[in-house]
Write a protein that binds this ligand. Sequence first.
Ligand SMILES: [Zn+2]
Length: 511
Amino acid sequence: MLFRVQSAAVFGIRANPVSVEVDLSSGEKLNFLTVGLPDTAVRESGERVRAALRNCGYYLRAQKITVNLAPADLRKEGSAFDLPIAIGILGALGNLPKEPLPEHLFSGELSLDGMVRPVKGALPMAVMARDSGWRHVVVPEANAREAAVVDSVRVYPVRSLAQVVQLLSGQAPWIPLAVDRAQLLAERSSYDVDFRDVKGQYQARRALEVATAGGHNIALIGPPGSGKTMLARRIPTILPPMNFEEAIETTKIHSVAGLLPESKGLVGTRPFRAPHHTISYGGLIGGGTVPRPGEVSLAHNGVLFLDELPEFQRNVLDVLRQPLEDGEVTISRAAMTLTFPARFMLAAAMNPCPCGYFGDSTRECHCTPPLIQRYLARISGPLLDRIDLHIQVPAVKYRELSQQETSEESTAVRERILAARRIQNQRLAPFGIYCNAQMTPRTLRRFCRLDSASEKQLETAVTRLGLSARAYDRVLRVSRTIADLEGRESIGASHVAEAIQYRALDRTYWQ
Ligand SMILES: [Zn+2]
């Protein structure tokens, strides 16, 4: 007897329909065969399913059980097929009144005692179910909230195989999980850090506001303990709030990476990812036989923070070029090629020299100029080219630390940034871009015209500081953002002067 159950296989951030077919035939001993490109975890499913069935009171006789996962040319991986396979076996044994309707999707790993354990990628599965016109999604309780954010599908959380049997045999009612999507997004979009907690560091805060307003990448240079990480961690709190589409996309990535906390359901805050400098190529970009998203994708719609930038492997940093340019990464493996979204704001931090105290007023630096040069040269030119602002973050003075007055809240900063972003969006939308950092040379010439006074000032700076032609463009871009923050149509000398300050690594004394 053949019994069929619908399920899904997740690749990248997309799910594909998989039909689980179970056939029983007589045999001399119990024989369990899984066909249809299963990986090891899927093949081992037989053992888990048998134990789970036994612990629910179903004993398998000596017979041949064939599980076919169709379509056969699609790779199947992981343990999420346990539940549909168990249902298929029970059905084929005649323990269920009828096959579940084809518009029901089942996914879940089984523990040996018959409990249903969480799976990766429940959200993409629910999206696939909706797009295929399937109405019902049965997933582990721990994944139900993330699946339920998808509209037009009913999501049923299940805890155990026994409960699924009750549902399928009509002994328990189907009750979908109700989720108020708008409320969920509102609940999930508050941050646990705020710029209010940062004492002093006025210059750095201003630079971060400018960077965030224009979508510019930024590098923070300062001695250990100056608060670079603390500052960077607060960037997401001043970025525009995520809309529902962005939240779903970010959640999908975290869902397939298996990083979604149970209770969460939806990633409503912009991610902040801070991988350690020992991270591998695969860890940063994504990898594995069936590729999983790396840090650049986990930072999608948020911030990728690279602390101790010169300590990263050079070849690891070089792979950042594609995501920084295209907003996505393509990972090719023998098994398949997958593309993951990876649009993030890059924030990097570094010490000014190997010991960390170059230019510091409180401690002496013994690093020789060649040593410092070698240290700085570790950051590759192409990467540095994509960082519009580099600023010095000095150690905070005691006076600033001990002051009583509170700093400005993130929401207040964010209001100014939103206003500046609206101006940019209006101006740049016809060109298919939405913030100043994305301006091409053509749009740059068009929207960053300088009057003669500002032009002269910039020329002087270029000569005095020895700025490159590339740096010139970056100053223009950032000047545009500063003018937008002020709501000015034209770029003035004060905007250019401020933007020039944000080129710390271009200053000749450092090289
Ligand atoms: Zn030093």
